[in-house]
Design a protein around this ligand. Sequence first.
Ligand SMILES: Cc1cc2nc3c(=O)[nH]c(=O)nc-3n(C[C@H](O)[C@H](O)[C@H](O)COP(=O)(O)OP(=O)(O)OC[C@H]3O[C@@H](n4cnc5c(N)ncnc54)[C@H](O)[C@@H]3O)c2cc1C
Length: 398
Amino acid sequence: MKEVAILGAGYAGLRTLRELQKQSDLHITLVDRNDYHYEATDLHEVASGNQPKEKIIYPIKDVVNSKTTTFIQDEVKKIDPDQQVVDLKNNQPLHYDYLVVALGFETETFGISGATENALEMVDVQTAEKVYAHIQAMMKKYKETQDKKYLRLVVCGAGFTGIELVGALHEGKERYAKIAGVDPAEIEIYCIEAMSSILPMFNDKLTQYCLDYLNKWGVHLLTSSPIKAIKPEKVVYGTDDWEEELEAGTVIWTTGVSGSHVVGDSGFSEKRGRVMVSDDLTDPDHDNIYIIGDVSAVMDKESNRPYPTTGQISLQMGDHAAKNIQHQVKDESTEPFTFKSLGSVASIGNTHAFGYVGSTAVQGYPASFMKKMIMNRSLLKTGGLKEVMAKGRFDLYH
Ligand SMILES: Cc1cc2nc3c(=O)[nH]c(=O)nc-3n(C[C@H](O)[C@H](O)[C@H](O)COP(=O)(O)OP(=O)(O)OC[C@H]3O[C@@H](n4cnc5c(N)ncnc54)[C@H](O)[C@@H]3O)c2cc1C
């Protein structure tokens, strides 16, 4: 019986698992450092304290069929592609015939001084919970000191993640203000961005929709403001000609992500933890290793740039890797991957959203409704109906 190892139980890994489990002539080993799957697309809800972590996680065992699959909760340290072995922190090395690397994303600081030490990251459940605990601690500190910097929250980066976080923080203001003993209007939210405009993936009308809300909410959006350094409770930004410092108790880093460091540590040919995979999603040097989700790069032939790494493409890659492994097991040729974009919708708060469904631009309530439907669909793809019923978002009429 062929051995398949899947590393990572995120969107890409779990989708592969669910498809492969339909085939009984394989043994699968799934490895993740956690015993739960988390919806990474909802991490900003936990970081802002708007949702408890329980709302965005479910046990991995719920989707593991013990007849075909062994789940190991452990940390993946390194892959040896030539020996076909995976080193784990606490368990025996894992041997495989086929490997699926789906280890997801990490914070990318682009070498900005002090970013690792002095800014909070939001890349998994633990770091998201840490952000909320920190915000609460800063509000208490304001109460003791009356120093306004503790009421200031800075989001570094106005990309998709940064903007969704800003919307969620705005919704959390009332709660933060209660702890600090102030009016919610006194909580200041800043978003600092190097580029002169935000969200280049959306058209001007959609971007304006977002800007209007940020403006109405009193969010300080600083564009054309490259961050130079993060010092303790201070963000330094500017160019060669000018420099400003902004004091803030809470600084959250969302300027970008790279793929897992395990990819580079294992000697794959990569850039920022991502491997430019072959058409069938295998590593160019190893046709029994599939590299999918945020650790991979797939070229969009139209734009001649890699597709942005998203949950959506990760799910489709998971489907495809499973299909190609089934082909290989039967000595058939693999198929090339093609990404079918279903669109992209960004939320700003629970009831406002904007983006594209297919190629149709949507904003406001219809967009918010669509966003919730997209999240439910992705939950269905990894967790099945049980998890949608337990965790799905059905508060559609707010
Ligand atoms: C706030 C936010 C909002 C987003 N919104 C959207 C959106 O609206 N739409 C969209 O399509 N995308 C969105 N994204 C992007 C999306 O979340 C990622 O592209 C997606 O999570 C990538 O899926 P993945 O399966 O590759 O990895 P991940 O979801 O990162 O899963 C990786 C898994 O690997 C495990 N793991 C990692 N390293 C190790 C190790 N060394 N050992 C053992 N286990 C390990 C982790 O525990 C995790 O379970 C958003 C991201 C964020 C942060």
